[in-house]
Design a protein around this ligand. Structure first.
Ligand code: HEC
Length: 172
């Protein structure tokens, strides 16, 4: 009987101490979650401070888009290819950093995936060294840039092809 009593006492002690442990690990969990939350906030702040803003990346894209026109219509394919690679580079940076951000009812990633079809056509025109294809795909790409700007509510910001004429027979 005595030994049964002491066994009971040991069991009660074990249960009480394990309850205490559970309580403690529950508190630890809460503490860890709180820490994780604050680390996430720190990370978000850090991202904002170190990642280029989307307007900086867009300006980069705009720069290479406008620089590409001249060598394209003058059929300087080497320089065209270089400027084209910079356009792709800027678009990839935008996808990596802002792909999940909302753009109207869509996301930037989805919109850029759509834009890529036009980008690929432009790349093919440069590869094929076809001025006609270059001019037409450059224009379709520019229309796509602007349709995304409209969706984002930036309809006042219109991207245009630089003013120099594509063909000497063009009439302004
Ligand atoms: C995913 C939709 C989307 C596509 C596609 C897109 N843009 Fe933009 N663009 C934006 C948004 C959003 C802004 C406004 C960024 C901001 O200031 O917050 C912007 C702004 C700009 C700006 C102004 C940047 C500034 O703040 O001075 C330029 C230049 C630009 N885009 C060029 C282009 C060109 C060129 C293309 C096509 C090759 C293009 N964009 C395609 C969404 C898009």
């Amino acid at each position: 009987m005595n030994s049964a009593k002491s066994l009971l006492i040991v069991l009660v002690c074990l249960i009480v101490s394990s309850c205490g442990q559970k309580q403690e690990s529950g508190d630890n969990r809460k503490l860890l979650l709180k820490r994780l939350d604050s680390l996430q906030t720190d990370l978000d702040v850090l991202k904002k401070q170190t990642f280029p803003r989307i307007s900086v990346l867009m300006n980069n894209l705009g720069l290479h888009h406008s620089r590409l026109w001249e060598p394209g219509v003058k059929q300087n394919w080497k320089l065209s290819d270089y400027e084209f690679s910079k356009i792709k580079e800027s678009l990839n940076d935008i996808i990596v950093l802002y792909g999940d951000s909302l753009n109207g009812n869509s996301t930037i990633g989805v919109e850029i995936a759509d834009l890529m079809k036009e980008v690929d056509k432009l790349g093919n025109a440069i590869k094929a060294q076809s001025k006609d294809d270059f001019v037409s795909s450059y224009k379709s790409l520019t229309i796509k840039c602007n349709s995304c700007h409209q969706k984002a509510g930036f309809d006042f910001y219109e991207i245009i092809a630089p003013k120099s004429q594509a063909y000497t027979t063009d009439i302004e």
